[in-house]
Write a protein that binds this ligand. Structure first.
Ligand code: 3H9
Length: 696
C-alpha cells in the first residue's frame, strides 16, 4: 500500500512515502531548474530520508516533461542564495540510504550533477545527459567536473564537459554514466533498483578513483580544447578541472571547481552567452502574433533540387514532413535525388543515423517532374535560380494550380519578395523562408514578411521553424534581408583592407582570431564566388559612383576562379587545404597600385575594429528601417548564420560593452574615406550621443 503523506506539499519538491522506498519528486515547470526553492526542498527531503526509519531508500524523479535541466539561469545575475547546489548534492551522496535517480527528458548541468551524486541511475531510453555549462560560458559548478570522470573516465569526461554535448541514454549506459535503461515504467524500475540496493554497500561516485592520463596526452587534450574554443574561455578551464580530478580528493577538486564557476559566472563571456541563450528563445515571440494560429502544414513541395533545394528537402524529411521535390527535367531530378541519397548515406557511414532511419527518411521524399504534382501540398517552397523573372513566372504558375490557403514560400537570399508576391493573385499567402546552406545543418531561418504577408502565414513560418528545430528570425524585405545585407557591407570593408595593404589570409586570420570559424575570404571560397559576382553585375547599374568599389573578386571570377569548387578562388586548394596564392597576391597589389595607395601592414586590431564597425553600423540601419523589431534579432542572425562568436553575444550586445562612441568614430572615419554607403546610421549617432545602449 502506498503511503501518500507528503513532507512538503506547498513547495516544488514533494516527498512521497512509499515504504520502504520514498520518492522525492521535483515539480518546477517548465524544466525543473534548481531554483532556491528546489534546492531547499531537495535538501529537506534528503534529510528526511536519512532521518526517517520507515524509509530505507529513495528515488529522485521529476514531474513534467523533463528531469532537472540545470541551475536556474535567471538567478545567475543575482547573489547566490543558500542552500548552494554543491552542498545539496553532497548531501545526496552522503545520504546513509541508497538514492537512485530516475531520469526522463534531459538531465543537464546541475540536473546531471544531481544524478551523478546519486548512488545509481536509471533512465528512460529517450533520456539525455549533458553538462552544457560551457555553452553558457561556465564550468559545471556542483561537482560535475569531479564526479563525471570518476564514473566514465577522463577521456569521455573531457569530451562531454568541454563540448557540452548531450548523450542519449544508450551511450550513457555504454559510458558507465548510468546503470540501467528503464524497460517502460521508469519510476517502477528505479524503485526496484533502489529496493535491491537496500542494505548493500553504497557506491558513492565521489569515492571512486580516476586513472590519471599521461601528462603529454593531457596537455595535448587541453591545447586541442582551447584551439577549438576559438577564444571562448570556459572549455579550457573546464578541461583543467576535469584533469585535476585524477589528483585531488573530491572536496578539494570541488572547491577549485566552485571558485572557477563563480569567477566565470561574473564574466563578460558568460553574460554574453546567457544573452544568446535567452535571445534564441525570445526571437520566436513576436509582438502581436502570440494568439495567431498557424496554418496546418504536413505536406511540403520543394521546387528545385539543387544544393539548396536538396538541403531543404532533407531538413523537412528529418522533421517528419511528407516531402515532394520537383524539377524541370528528369536529369536534374535524378541529380537531386542522388544528392539527397548521398547526404543520408554519409550520415549512415559516420554512424549519425541507422540504415533503417535513412530508408525511412528517403521514403518520405517523393520526386516528380513539373510543378503540376504539387497541387496537394500545404506549403510549397521554391529554391530555383536566383533571378527575379524566373521566380515571378514560377509563382504565377504555382498560383494557378495551388488551392487557396497553400503557403507559397521563396528561399531567395536577396530578391524583392514583394515583387515575387505581386506575380500571384494571393500576396497574403507569400512569405520568404530563407534557409542557410547546408539547409539541413544550419540553425538559422530568416522568415521574411512582405508588406502583405498574412499574420497566420508568419505564424506558420514560426511553427515550422520549431518543428524543424531551427532558430527563426522574422524580418521585412530589403536587399539581402538581415544577414546577407550585413555580410555584403563587411565583405566590402574587408576588400578595402586588401587595397590598403592586407592580404586575404591576414584578414581571415584576424577574424578567425576574433572568433569567427572562418574569415570572409575563406567563406567566399566555400560558398562559391559566382553567385555574388552575378549579383554585383545585376546591381552594377544602380551602384552609387561615389562608393568605393573593389574589383579584385570580379577579376578572380573572370579568371574562372569560383572558389573551392574550381580548386581556386581567394586561395589555391590542394588536397582540400587552403594555400596563399601568389596570383591573388599580385591581383591585390595591382589593385592598390591602381587606387594609388601605398601598401602598409594592417594590424589585426584594425581589421577587427573596422569589420565590427561595418557590422554594427549596418545593423543599426536595419533597426532604423524597422527591417527587424529588436537588436536581439540581429544578434541571433549573426551568431547562428554567420559565425559571429556567441561568447561575444552578437555584434549589438558586444557593441554595448565595447562602447558606441569608439564604434561611431571608426564608422565616421570610414564614411569620409569610403563613400556614402558608410554614413553612420541615425540610431548609432543618437545612441552614442545620449549614452543609450542597445540593451537595457
Ligand atoms: C548549471 O546547471 C550550473 C551548475 O553546474 C552549477 C550550479 C551551481 N534556467 O529551451 P526551451 C526556460 S547551468 C532557467 O524553449 P525545450 C527557457 O528559457 C545550466 N530557465 O524548451 C524557456 O523559457 P520561456 C545548465 C530555463 O524543450 C523554457 O524554460 N543547463 C532553463 O526546447 C523552455 O525552454 C542548461 O544549460 C534554465 N536552466 O528545451 C540547460 N532551461 O518559455 C538549458 C530552460 O520563458 N536548457 N529554461 O522561453 C536547455 O537546453 C533547454 O531549455 C532544454 C529544453 C533542453 C532543457
Amino acid at each position: 500500500m502506498t503511503d501518500m503523506a507528503s513532507a512538503n506539499d506547498a513547495g516544488p519538491v514533494r516527498l512521497v512515502r512509499n515504504a520502504p522506498v520514498a520518492v522525492i519528486e521535483i515539480d518546477n515547470p517548465p524544466v525543473n531548474a534548481t531554483s532556491q526553492a528546489v534546492r531547499a526542498g531537495l535538501l529537506a527531503a534528503i534529510r528526511e530520508v536519512d532521518r526517517d526509519p520507515q524509509i530505507s531508500a529513495a528515488v529522485i524523479a521529476c514531474a513534467g516533461r523533463t528531469f532537472v535541466a540545470g541551475a536556474d539561469i535567471r538567478e545567475f545575475g543575482q547573489p547566490p542564495q543558500e542552500p548552494h547546489l554543491p552542498d545539496v548534492i553532497n548531501a545526496i551522496e552522503a545520504c546513509s540510504k541508497p538514492v537512485v535517480a530516475a531520469v526522463h527528458g534531459t538531465a543537464l548541468g546541475g540536473g546531471c550533477e544531481i544524478a551523478l551524486a546519486c548512488h545509481a541511475r536509471v533512465a528512460d531510453p529517450g533520456a539525455g545527459f549533458g553538462l552544457p555549462e560551457v555553452k553558457l560560458g561556465l564550468v559545471p559548478g556542483a561537482g560535475g567536473t569531479q564526479r563525471l570522470p570518476r564514473l566514465v573516465g577522463l577521456e569521455a569526461a573531457l569530451d562531454l564537459v568541454t563540448s557540452g554535448r548531450t548523450v542519449k541514454a544508450a551511450e550513457a549506459l555504454r559510458l558507465g554514466l548510468i546503470d540501467r535503461l528503464s524497460s517502460g515504467d521508469l519510476r517502477r524500475d528505479a524503485m526496484e533498483l533502489a529496493r535491491e540496493l537496500i542494505d548493500q554497500p553504497l557506491r558513492r561516485t565521489g569515492e571512486l578513483n580516476v586513472d590519471a592520463m599521461n601528462a603529454e596526452a593531457a596537455s595535448e587534450g587541453g591545447a586541442d580544447v582551447r584551439r577549438k574554443a576559438r577564444g571562448a574561455e570556459a572549455p579550457g578551464r573546464a578541461a583543467e578541472l576535469v584533469l585535476l580530478s585524477a589528483s585531488l580528493p573530491l572536496q578539494d577538486g570541488m572547491a577549485r571547481e566552485r571558485e572557477t564557476f563563480l569567477e566565470l559566472r561574473a564574466s563578460r563571456q558568460s553574460a554574453a552567452l546567457r544573452h544568446a541563450f535567452f535571445a534564441e528563445r525570445e526571437v520566436t515571440r513576436l509582438p502581436g502574433l502570440d494568439s495567431i494560429e498557424p496554418r496546418p502544414v504536413q505536406k511540403i513541395g520543394i521546387v528545385g533540387a539543387g544544393t539548396m533545394g536538396s538541403g531543404i528537402a532533407i531538413a523537412f524529411a528529418d522533421a517528419g514532413f511528407d516531402v515532394k521535390v520537383v524539377e524541370t527535367g528528369e536529369q536534374a531530378l535524378a541529380a537531386g535525388q542522388a544528392r539527397i541519397t548521398e547526404v543520408y548515406d554519409k550520415q549512415v557511414a559516420s554512424g549519425r543515423i541507422t540504415a533503417a532511419a535513412r530508408d525511412e527518411r528517403l521514403r518520405t521524399i517523393g520526386y516528380a517532374v513539373g510543378i503540376s504534382s504539387l497541387s496537394d501540398r500545404d506549403l510549397v517552397i521554391e529554391a530555383v535560380f536566383e533571378d527575379l523573372d524566373v521566380k515571378r513566372v514560377l509563382f504565377r504558375d504555382l498560383d494557378a494550380i495551388l488551392p487557396p490557403g497553400t503557403v507559397l514560400a521563396t528561399n531567395t537570399s536577396y530578391l524583392d519578395i514583394n515583387l515575387i508576391a505581386a506575380a500571384t493573385s494571393r500576396p497574403a499567402d507569400v512569405v520568404g523562408l530563407h534557409f542557410f546552406s547546408p539547409a539541413n545543418v544550419m540553425k538559422l531561418l530568416e522568415i521574411v514578411r512582405t508588406d502583405r504577408t498574412a499574420p497566420d502565414v508568419i505564424a506558420t513560418g514560426l511553427s515550422l521553424a520549431k518543428r524543424l528545430r531551427k532558430i527563426p528570425v522574422v524580418c521585412r524585405v530589403c536587399d539581402g534581408f538581415v544577414g546577407n545585407r550585413i555580410l555584403s557591407r563587411y565583405r566590402l570593408q574587408a576588400e578595402y583592407l586588401l587595397e590598403e595593404g592586407a592580404l586575404p589570409h591576414e584578414v581571415d586570420a584576424a577574424l578567425e582570431a576574433f572568433g569567427f570559424p572562418m574569415g570572409p575570404f575563406a567563406v567566399s571560397d566555400l560558398a562559391g564566388l559566382d553567385i555574388a559576382w552575378a549579383r554585383r553585375k545585376r546591381l552594377a547599374p544602380t551602384r552609387d559612383p561615389r562608393e568605393r568599389y573593389v574589383d579584385i573578386a570580379d577579376r578572380l571570377c573572370e579568371a574562372g576562379r569560383f572558389g573551392r569548387k574550381t580548386g581556386a578562388g581567394w586561395y589555391r586548394y590542394t588536397g582540400g587545404k587552403r594555400q596563399v596564392d601568389p596570383f591573388v597576391t599580385e591581383l591585390v597589389e595591382e589593385a592598390s597600385r591602381r587606387r594609388g595607395l601605398t601598401r602598409r601592414s594592417v594590424p589585426a586590431e584594425e581589421i577587427q575594429s573596422r569589420i565590427r564597425a561595418a557590422i554594427v553600423n549596418e545593423a543599426c540601419k536595419i533597426l532604423d528601417e524597422r527591417i527587424v523589431e529588436r537588436p536581439l534579432d540581429v544578434d541571433v542572425v549573426m551568431m547562428h548564420g554567420y559565425g559571429y562568436p556567441a561568447w561575444r553575444g552578437g555584434p549589438l550586445f558586444e557593441a554595448d560593452t565595447v562602447g558606441l562612441g569608439p564604434i561611431l568614430d571608426t564608422v565616421q572615419e570610414r564614411a569620409e574615406r569610403d563613400g556614402p554607403g558608410w554614413d553612420p546610421a541615425d540610431g548609432l549617432v543618437s545612441r552614442a550621443a545620449s549614452g543609450a545602449t542597445f540593451y537595457p
